[in-house]
Design a protein around this ligand. Sequence first.
Ligand SMILES: N[C@@H](CCC(=O)N[C@@H](CS)C(=O)NCC(=O)O)C(=O)O
Length: 201
Amino acid sequence: MKLYYLAGACSLAPHISLIEAGVAFEAIAVDRQKQTADGQDFRTISAKGYLPALVLDDGELLTENAALLPYIGGLNPAAKLIPAPGTLAHFRVTEWTAYVCSEIHKNFGPLFRPGSTDEMKAAAREMVLGRLAFIENSLGDKPYLTGNDFTVADAYLYVTLSWTSKVAVDLGGLPKLAAYLARCAARPAVQAARKAENLPA
Ligand SMILES: N[C@@H](CCC(=O)N[C@@H](CS)C(=O)NCC(=O)O)C(=O)O
């Protein structure tokens, strides 16, 4: 299995999840010019042109975090990255994965996009903080989104939280999320994935 990633981007979530799952995979970096570290034009691998992309051992291509993360979680049930398919607990994890994707990840867009005006960035910050406040209130005393187990949804939320300090999204008013970010960052799989992507610890 091959994971194509852009360093530090949302593809860090499947990278962390694959390490947490303990399955064999090859991680292949893609640069902003869409060139892969092994010398290919990434667009010939995924016509979507964005990351992450997972190429399975039979050559099938799987894209979209909302699909790819539950897929990875299912590779090793013992790692508890997602409960069994068909259970409500499984859909709690996909519910959070979808929330992180459409309500948090995508709302960071204007903060990274060259050409965004200050007004656009301020509106994006307000939107992201509003969506994060919902999670702050939902966490309660749970260490992770759905309880005691770190799931693929947590890998994804962690990655989006890791962007906040780069784009001046202040977690000062969200103490549970600030502690959650530190808790996730301390996980060996998170540190291993960051190291593999040449990101600061
Ligand atoms: N719908 C995709 C979006 C993935 C996405 O936004 N990828 C970004 C990195 S976070 C990317 O590859 N950006 C580079 C580009 O679009 O050229 C998903 O949820 O997996």
